[in-house]
Design a protein around this ligand. Structure first.
Ligand SMILES: [Zn+2]
Length: 338
């Protein structure tokens, strides 16, 4: 196949990197330049935009968007963008400051526009009763982590599709078709996740690095506790750590999980204090650079599978159980020790 053929008729199936590199520069430059605040949005835009977009994520894989500091290069990326996509709900407050500082005036998508908001207080209905010590004064009461519920994430996809159509109306049909295809893949993954989490007893609680799984809990189940609030900007206080240890003694907490983008030492410390096992890593606010969790769908499937492996079939010993120092536990966990 010749370059000349490609140059006037780029085929839809030519989506591989090598195919794109083979395109003449004039064609590559016509791709819509999209800047996203973080990696999960970048993957969504790549799925809806397909070969018509070139996506730059300001916060890279495994990065923590809560505490990111934009660089001068990020301002230049915005200056060259045709479309900017960010989460909103003060997930990445620096992004709104960067947009106004850079005089960006192009198409803008707030991915959470139109979602069903889950308030911080609503978490209490799911067993999070330790939050009064670490109410998050710099942030609203609205949980920004809505991508953790795939049905809320459908709103993200509709917003991204509409933003791409605004920025590049010529390819509107492609964006609509890609979005429809991706929504079907999301529905399949959503059903798989529901089936896995349904096998975990409803009373089960786990602990993660920060309150990133409220939407997951609301949509699928499992109670999530954490030593800090909705953002990672503040370290946990001694009082909030002590309060959490008390909650662990009272609730059916089965395991701790690291998050891929937050400081793991807090969870490690809690494991040492409580004797509970660290049952794996959950992908909270960022994808990984490679592997299963390098896509949004893969990340959601990974989290459900890791939770299922650790928490389904209560009363059975979990692999690796003996590796943890449960003898040091000074709380009554006899119900877990069969
Ligand atoms: Zn977060």
């Amino acid at each position: 196949m010749s370059l000349a053929y490609l140059s006037y008729r780029p085929s839809r199936w030519l989506v591989g990197v090598s195919a794109l590199l083979a395109l003449p520069a004039a064609i590559a430059d016509e791709r819509v330049q999209v800047v996203t605040s973080f990696s999960i949005l970048a993957d969504m835009v790549e799925n809806v935009g397909g070969e018509h977009v070139e996506v730059t994520s300001l916060v890279a894989a495994d990065g923590d968007a809560h505490v990111y500091s934009p660089s001068p290069g990020d301002a230049r990326s915005l200056a060259n963008a045709d479309l900017v996509v960010f989460n909103g709900l003060l997930f990445e407050g620096w992004m709104e400051r960067l947009i106004s500082a850079s005089d960006y005036s192009g198409a803008l998508v707030t991915a959470t526009d139109g979602i069903e908001l889950l308030s911080f207080a609503a978490h209490d209905e799911h067993g999070h009763d330790d939050h009064e010590d670490h109410a998050d004064h710099d942030h609203g009461n609205e949980d920004p982590h809505a991508w953790q519920d795939m049905q809320q994430a459908e709103v993200y996809i509709a917003n991204i599709r509409d933003g791409l159509i605004t920025a590049d109306a010529d390819n509107a049909d492609a964006y609509r078709a890609n979005a429809e295809q991706y929504l079907q893949e999301m529905a399949t993954a959503d059903a798989e996740i529901r089936a896995l989490i349904d096998e975990i007893p409803a009373s089960t609680s786990v602990i993660t690095g920060h309150d990133s799984f409220g939407y997951f809990s609301s949509a699928y189940g499992v109670n999530f506790l954490s030593p800090v609030g909705l953002s990672t900007e503040a370290d946990p206080s001694g009082a909030s750590m002590a309060a959490l240890v008390d909650v662990i003694a009272q609730e059916n907490v089965q395991a701790l999980f690291h998050e891929n983008m937050t400081n793991q030492s807090i969870i490690t410390q809690l494991a040492e204090e409580t004797g509970l096992p660290i049952a794996g890593t959950l992908y909270a606010d960022a994808l990984t650079a490679e592997g299963e969790a390098s896509t949004y769908l893969g990340m959601m499937r990974h989290n459900a599978r890791v939770l299922h492996e650790a928490l389904a079939k209560p009363g059975h010993e979990k692999p690796g159980h003996d590796d943890h120092q449960r003898d040091h536990d000074d709380h009554d966990h006899s119900e877990h020790n069969h």
